[in-house]
Write a protein that binds this ligand. Structure first.
Ligand code: NAD
Ligand code: DAU
Length: 331
């Protein structure tokens, strides 16, 4: 099988490529990645002999057309992915997430290629704290940030191309991922690398916002389950019942590092900060028989801490510039 993975040099995409190479010797992987600040050739180094990396943008219609023409399947991870960046400059989010997805859809339509679109639970907006309510595939779209609104728009493009043009597409909306190769701008690796440096973790606002954490390997096993067993035209929500508020996550990290429970700082809150995300993944579990492997968050977090300790050469070059950006906005 000829597989094109967009955004395969980013966090989830690189883990997906590693997992695919490890478990599916019949699949030939080509990565299309623009190698933005969030993409890193080094994330594919362990599988470099099995993977072809094409450096280019998903907004480049001629390049996309050439790669899609030779593919059996496109799995689309490429995106601008960080909410805080979308608040300081939304422009690349519109280009990559909307125009880039449109460009891919036109190519898969022309060449009749199966398409899987990776999306986020943030398209549904947020939920109140302390209610049993969770997102399902029929929750109305209600995105809050420039990031989530461009992801919502990209989902709607996929749905329209499936319905109007018969594009063979599936969509997955997943909750917050953690694990190896995540950029240190994101919450968990930012705090891990701060703690490695002896710096106190930074919590936005009161720290009561809830995220539904899933290990990246579980996200990617669910993506393969949808590709292989999912119904074309359908949307599947991916989550592993991992709700934690940000205070709890920082508390667990402080414990792992043997630091005092109060050893963190509250900093400026994110404007429009979504309160709570929670996924009802029963459709994925019941229809496709998928189950997560990483069911103990603390174990998964300890393994992730170990990965960042062992791979300082991978993250260190980005640390001071990332922190300087946060310092400029009081975070
Ligand atoms: P990331 O920022 O770590 O990686 C994004 C990758 O896309 C990078 O390698 C970057 O170079 C590449 N890219 C950006 N613009 C591009 C362009 N124009 N052309 C080609 N490549 C481009 O993101 P991530 O956290 O790995 O997220 C991957 C996908 O998963 C995104 O679609 C995101 O919306 C979705 N998602 C992420 C999470 C999460 O918790 N991180 C959860 C649910 C869904
Ligand atoms: O829900 C899925 C989404 O999860 C994905 O679509 C996004 O691509 C991904 O970035 C993530 O979005 P969040 O905004 O939830 O993730 P982030 O890591 O930026 O923040 C997680 C929580 O931690 C959020 O409530 C903000 C808070 N936070 C974040 C940072 C960077 C802090 O308290 N301190 C921080 O330093």
């Amino acid at each position: 099988m000829e597989l094109v993975v967009t955004g395969g040099a980013g966090f989830i995409g690189a883990n997906f490529v590693h997992q695919t190479v490890r478990e599916r010797p019949d699949v030939h992987v080509r990565v299309l990645d623009a190698l933005t600040y969030a993409g890193d050739r080094a994330s594919l180094a362990p599988v470099a002999d099995r993977v072809e990396l094409v450096e280019g943008s998903i907004t480049d219609a001629a390049l996309v057309d050439r790669l899609v023409a030779e593919a059996d399947l496109v799995v689309h991870f490429a995106a601008e992915s960080h909410n805080d960046n979308s608040l300081s400059d939304p422009s690349p989010f519109v280009q990559t997430n909307l125009v880039g997805t449109f460009t891919l859809l036109e190519a898969v339509r022309k060449h009749g290629v199966r398409f899987h679109h990776i999306s986020t639970d943030e398209v549904y907006g947020d939920l109140p704290l302390d209610t049993p309510e969770k997102f399902t595939a029929s929750t109305p779209y209600n995105p809050s940030s420039p990031y989530s609104s461009t992801k919502a728009g990209s989902d709607l493009l996929v749905r329209a191309w499936a319905r109007s043009f018969g594009v063979q597409a599936t969509i997955s909306n997943c909750s917050n991922n953690y694990g190896p190769y995540q950029h240190i701008e994101k919450f968990i690796p930012r705090q891990i690398t701060n703690l490695i440096d002896g710096v106190r973790p930074r919590l936005y606002g009161a720290g009561l916002n809830v995220r539904d954490w899933i290990h990246v390997e579980d996200h990617n096993s669910a993506v393969w389950a949808i590709i292989e067993k999912g119904r074309v035209g359908e949307t599947y929500l991916i989550g592993a019942d991992g709700e934690k508020n940000n205070l709890e996550v920082v508390g667990t990290l402080l414990e792992i590092f043997g630091r005092d429970a109060e050893d963190f700082d509250h900093v400026a809150d994110r404007p429009g900060h979504d309160l709570r995300y929670a996924i009802d993944a029963s459709k994925l579990r019941d229809e496709l028989g998928w189950t997560p492997r990483y069911t103990d968050f603390r174990d998964g977090l300890e393994a992730t801490v170990e990965w960042y300790r062992a791979n300082e050469a991978w993250w260190r070059p980005a640390k001071s510039a990332t922190e300087a950006k946060y310092a400029a906005v009081g975070q």
